[in-house]
Design a protein around this ligand. Structure first.
Ligand code: TMP
Length: 200
């Protein structure tokens, strides 16, 4: 099974991805940046010094990372019978480049589908955290904001609304977990929904 953890910046989904992968004994990976080539693409995308990047160029860089990630990490792991837990996936492109940047969501769905060779995560888990809570967590972390974190509140609200819209449109592909609870409670809930879907 391939499970993607999704959510806004500051949602805690990276922590949850790690805990879920530990609990399942799964391969833990991420987008962007799950491969050597992807790490270079990620550095370019997250660098606040990358200014005036066209939204379509941004989407294509995400898709390039995704294609490499599928070829090098996800497909071999699944073929070898491993479970895969990914910190973000193609759904983030629909939320960020689509709802956030305003590119057409259907075009991003087709682009992502092509990058993935048609194989999407079996389940996406949205770690749902209100924008103001996520913002407070990022400020408390006290590190310099990356290019996405540095976007304004309006951008982050559009992204979160986008995730919620995507999740409610395809409940068979998504589960939504309240990310404001303590870390261990969220982890237990994530594991429970993944086990329930895996057994379904
Ligand atoms: P991360 O810091 O949560 O690992 O993700 C890096 C940033 O990249 C995050 O702000 C979300 C953004 N992103 C997109 O805009 N589109 C995508 O397709 C992916 C995978 C990530």
């Amino acid at each position: 099974m391939w499970v993607a953890l999704e959510g806004g910046d500051g949602s805690g989904k990276s922590t949850q991805a790690r805990l879920l992968a530990d609990a399942l004994g799964a391969v833990l990976t991420r987008e962007p940046g799950g491969t050597a080539v992807g790490a270079r693409i990620r550095a370019l995308l997250l660098d606040p010094g990358t200014t005036a990047l066209d939204a379509r160029a941004e989407a294509l860089l995400m898709a390039a990372d995704r294609a490499q990630h599928m070829a090098e990490v996800v497909a071999p792991a699944l073929a070898g019978g491993r479970d895969v837990v990914s910190d973000r996936s193609a759904w983030s492109s629909l939320a960020y480049q689509g709802y956030g940047r305003g590119l057409p969501v259907e075009a991003l769905r087709r682009l992502s589908d092509w990058a993935l060779g048609g194989r999407w995560p079996d389940l996406a888990v949205l770690i749902d955290v209100p924008a103001d809570v996520a913002d407070a967590r990022l400020s408390a972390a006290g590190r310099a904001a990356d290019r996405f974190e540095g976007e304004g509140d309006a951008f982050h609200r559009r992204v979160l609304d986008g995730f919620r819209t995507l999740a409610s449109a395809q409940p068979d592909r998504w589960a939504v977990v309240d990310g404001t609870r303590p870390v261990e409670d969220v982890a237990a809930r994530v594991l429970a929904v993944v086990r329930a879907r895996a057994g379904a």
